[in-house]
Design a protein around this ligand. Sequence first.
Ligand SMILES: C[S@@+](CC[C@H](N)C(=O)[O-])C[C@H]1O[C@@H](n2cnc3c(N)ncnc32)[C@H](O)[C@@H]1O
Length: 277
Amino acid sequence: MEDRTSGDDETQGHPQGAPRAPWQATVLTLFPDMFPGPLGLSIAGKALETGIWALKSLDIRDFARNKHRSVDDTPFGGGAGMVMRPDVVDAALDAIESEPGPRIYLSPRGRRFDQDRAKALAAEPGAVFVCGRYEGLDERVIEARGLEELSLGDFVLSGGEPAALAMMDAVIRLLPGVMGAADGLTEESFEDGLLEYPLYTQPRDWKGRTIPEVLLSGHHGRIKAWRRDEAERITKERRPDLWARHVKDRPVDPSRGGRKRSQNDRRDSRRDDEKVE
Ligand SMILES: C[S@@+](CC[C@H](N)C(=O)[O-])C[C@H]1O[C@@H](n2cnc3c(N)ncnc32)[C@H](O)[C@@H]1O
């Protein structure tokens, strides 16, 4: 079993506020070496080192009961492929009974994972990720254990591991102490129900492509308004589903001819004449 826990000091990585245990990610997989994988590097890797989160990955094969250590069998009713045995996965779940958080089965049939679910998981003490392989898990263990089925998207992966890694990444960067305020979590896509506005950096002129003048104006209010308008335009064009939800949810602003106000509108009205450095 791969066990990456923080050391003795539970406050490690949480310089402010009350002592906090690491967010505990527990993974049941046939490929424990895939973890932490990319999450051992960069932001998530640093957070793992400092004990903001901890990882246990268990090999489901260790819970196989026969001498061949088989974890799968042919589907009743016939058909292609193999199915993961309920008794083996159940025994693996027994072994991690004391680990915190919801029991998630990565599955293309599941509810689509999104930023709200990532935030909710970050507020939990941890999560357990059950990674399927072959054609997936026997239905009975999903039912008996009340596993929450979560999908990464409408496509089929060869296993749950890349989906678990992606979901863990989305959660870890939301944990307190992982990203600084300067990293701008509050202005990211989905924060206001909108996709992010276009981003620009140096050089000002790149291959004849310049940047929008307003971003050089120094007017915080105008920049905010431009960014909000762009975020709205992009969301409307690319994600009509998100746009419809955004329009429905935001409050009405009489000063904008009945147009509904976004969080950014409200911030802008306070800062309209403020200049950025
Ligand atoms: C080859 S897939 C099985 C696909 C399954 N027979 C189906 O048609 O829905 C093997 C495993 O990959 C994982 N998986 C595949 N696609 C996924 C997705 N979009 N989101 C989350 N997990 C996925 C699941 O754990 C699944 O059990």
